[in-house]
Each structure stands twice: as structure tokens, then as C-alpha cells.
Design a binder for this molecule. Structure first.
Ligand code: SF4
Ligand code: SF4
Length: 172
């Protein structure tokens, strides 16, 4: 049982990046591409929360990878899917921010159009809160820090961190 992860997942039970269905615009691309990809990296301990689901979970470098068939019971979707296309980024000093995940740039129009399409403020705030909750769990905190440095590396090229942060956007 990982109470931190369960609390984090619960925060994003209902919230989505837009108040409308963003999948209607891109035909749910993140689900389709995830079904074709090697899988999504789970947060530390999340595999035990998903033990009774139909997902395939296997060990991999850096943690456990989950694969899906492109559809799922939304109430059991993993945290990576709930927070996409943002990530609870942790600065070198330990501050948590909700940032666009540059790893979603190719897949997600909300990332590519981040200067034009405001996200739902409650969603953005929930992603930041997820980060604060998970920072209280040592394994999840280490994971967030490691993933944030990976985001730093990608942003040296994509420079998404130079855009206005999503929390500054107005509510739709
Ligand atoms: S790829 Fe982006 S816009 Fe499309 S469904 Fe996923 S989060 Fe929404
Ligand atoms: S687990 Fe569900 S929400 Fe996540 S990519 Fe697969 S179908 Fe989409």
C-alpha cells in the first residue's frame, strides 16, 4: 500500500488537461501511441496498486514499464497518464512546479501549442500538488528528481522551460 501514490492518483480522478475532451482533437493520440510503444514508466510502488488490472507490467531499467492496449478503465489508469502532458518537476533546490513534459512534444498537440492553448487551472494545480505529496515519499522523491533532470536535458534542446508556466494560464 502506498498512500502517497493513492492520494496523488485520487487528485486526478476527474481532472483533465482541458475542461473539454482534448482527445477529441487528436483522436486520443497518447493512448494510441502508448499502446504501440514500449510502455509507460510507473512511479515507485505503483505496480502493486495495479496488480489486479489487465495491464501488463514488467521490470525495466529505471523501474517498471506498463503496457496497455490503447483503452482502459479510467479509474485504474496509471499516474503517468493522469498527469500527462505535464510533470511535477522538482528544481535542484527542491521546489515543485507543474511543467510541460518535453517527452510529450512529438505526441501531444497541447505541448506543441503550449503558447496558444491554456490548460485547466485546477488540473495544473493538481499536478503540482501531486509533486508535493510524492516528495514526502523517499522513493517517489528520488524518482521525481531523476525524471526532472531528464527533463532538464531535453529542455536544453526544446526550451519548453522558457515558455510561460502552465499555472499562469487563465481558467477556460
Ligand atoms: S495527446 Fe495530448 S491532446 Fe491528445 S489526448 Fe493525449 S493529452 Fe490530450
Ligand atoms: S493506460 Fe489508459 S489512459 Fe493510459 S495510455 Fe493506456 S489507455 Fe490511455
Amino acid at each position: 500500500m502506498n498512500n502517497h501514490l493513492e492520494r496523488a492518483c485520487a487528485l486526478l480522478e476527474e481532472l483533465t488537461p482541458l475542461t473539454t475532451d482534448c482527445g477529441a482533437v487528436c483522436d486520443g493520440r497518447c493512448c494510441h501511441e502508448s499502446a504501440d510503444s514500449e510502455g509507460m514508466l510507473l512511479f515507485p510502488g505503483e505496480e502493486t496498486l495495479l496488480a489486479d488490472t489487465d495491464f501488463t507490467v514488467r521490470p525495466a531499467a529505471g523501474g517498471c514499464l506498463l503496457t496497455c492496449g490503447g483503452t482502459c478503465d479510467r479509474t485504474r489508469r496509471p499516474l503517468a497518464c493522469r498527469i500527462f502532458p505535464l510533470f511535477p518537476y522538482v528544481t535542484e533546490e527542491g521546489r515543485v512546479k507543474a511543467v510541460y513534459d518535453p517527452r510529450g512534444w512529438r505526441m501531444c498537440p497541447l505541448v506543441r501549442e503550449c503558447t496558444h492553448v491554456p490548460l485547466d487551472r485546477d488540473f495544473v494545480r493538481a499536478v503540482r500538488r501531486v509533486g508535493r505529496i510524492l516528495m514526502a515519499d523517499p522513493a517517489c522523491a528520488a524518482f521525481l528528481r531523476q525524471q526532472s533532470r531528464e527533463i532538464d536535458d531535453l529542455n536544453r534542446l526544446l526550451k519548453l522551460d522558457e515558455e510561460r508556466p502552465p499555472i499562469a494560464r487563465r481558467k477556460l
